[in-house]
Design a binder for this molecule. Structure first.
Ligand code: NAD
Ligand code: ZN
Length: 345
């Protein structure tokens, strides 16, 4: 079979021909129907500082997936051949304090497949059975593969209800775009998006943003206040990882409002905590991964409702992996929403 493999500790990856793996105890083998690129895959491709300390080549890349189970390993009981699955990528221990108290998403011993072990950018892939999520057959693979990042977006947007609320989203990369459609589907009354890239502001509009702002040319805080009777937004969702966006969002959110932070900052951020958070009586959520398995149920039901507008977010589809380098370079240049591969041409 063909797979995208990180073969060397250096920039890039290679398309390799390898044997179809055999599922071991507790594992299933899937025929990969669709797989999508995540920002983490890009970091591995670029071989950034984080990747250098975490990834041990040679390794198959990728973790967002939809596929059909074609073989189950010994001891697998609840997944059968023919099941149509996606996968939670965090492999949790079930034994630590967080797992025992139901907080699997912050398990102390989390391993990530496609990061700490072989991934799914391949024609066939191994998935730990405990991480498999059964999909209804009527969800197309290109949507089913997006459930893992959709889970990040759902936890960010829906840390508290948004029905009837005004929302500011900073950053319309793949995750911010998913956040926009989740916020609209969940009944937000106004979704304002701040994003410097022209291409991504256009995408944000297509996905359903009510207003888009270029933070490099316009005054985000003033624009938000003008759109909210001078009050500021009820909810601020940070999807960019830009320190400036964090500060603007905290200024633009109304006192006693809610904030969810998903974007990862490249360095320590310095803030006026007294005036931006404490005296404003804000509720601030740090968001990581997805709640197991509550978030998967929410994502799956949102998908089945037909209320998510995912087509404009999937900007690039590739049959096979032949053009994988083009896909990664487009992503690096910020010229994509989500990129989906269909490994079997
Ligand atoms: P991305 O880099 O593709 O998107 C970020 C977007 O923010 C870009 O479109 C960029 O133009 C925009 N941006 C830059 N400066 C801005 C500013 N000042 N104001 C507003 N927007 C600005 O990343 P992504 O894949 O969409 O992921 C979003 C963030 O979420 C990243 O920081 C990523 O590391 C993080 N992330 C966190 C988790 C988690 O579990 N916490 C999971 C996945 C991703
Ligand atoms: Zn644990």
């Amino acid at each position: 079979m063909v797979a995208i493999m990180k073969t060397k500790p250096a920039y890039g990856a290679e398309l390799v021909e390898i044997d179809v793996p055999k599922p071991k105890e507790g594992e299933v083998l899937i025929k990969v129907l669709a797989t999508s690129i995540c920002g983490t895959d890009l970091h591995i491709y670029e071989w950034n500082e984080w990747a250098q300390t975490r990834i041990k080549p040679p390794q198959i890349m990728g973790h967002e997936v939809a596929g059909e189970v074609i073989e189950v390993g010994p001891g697998v009981e609840d997944i059968q051949v023919g099941d149509y699955i996606s996968a939670e990528t965090h492999i949790v221990c079930g034994k630590c304090y967080q797992c025992k108290t139901g907080n699997y998403h912050v398990c102390q011993n989390t391993k990530i497949f496609g990061v700490d072990s072989d991934g799914v950018f391949a024609e066939y892939a191994i998935v730990p059975a405990q991480n498999a999520w059964k999909n209804p057959k009527n969800i197309p693979p290109e949507y089913a593969t997006l459930q893992e990042p959709l889970g990040n977006a759902v936890d960010t947007v829906l840390a508290e209800p948004v029905t009837g609320k005004t929302v500011l989203i900073t950053g319309a990369g793949p995750l911010g775009l998913l956040g926009i459609t989740v916020a609209k589907a969940a009944g937000a009354s106004l979704v304002i998006v701040s994003e410097p890239s022209d291409f991504r502001r256009e995408l944000a509009k297509k996905v359903g943003a009510d207003v888009v702002i270029n933070p490099f040319e316009e005054d985000v805080v003033k624009e938000v206040r003008d759109l909210t009777d001078g009050n500021g937004v009820d909810v601020f969702l940070e999807f960019s990882g830009a320190p400036k966006a964090l500060e603007q969002g905290l200024q633009a959110v109304t006192p006693a409002g809610r904030v969810s932070l998903l974007g990862l900052f490249p360095r320590n951020v310095s803030l006026d905590f007294n005036n931006l958070i404490i005296f404003k009586s804000l509720t601030v959520y740090g968001i990581t991964g997805r709640h197991l398995w509550q978030t998967w149920y929410t994502v799956s039901k949102l998908l089945q409702s037909g209320k998510l507008n995912l087509d404009p977010i999937i900007t690039h589809k590739y049959k096979g992996f032949d053009k994988f380098e083009e896909a990664f370079e487009l992503m690096r240049a910020g010229k994509t929403g989500k990129v989906v591969f269909f490994p079997h041409k």
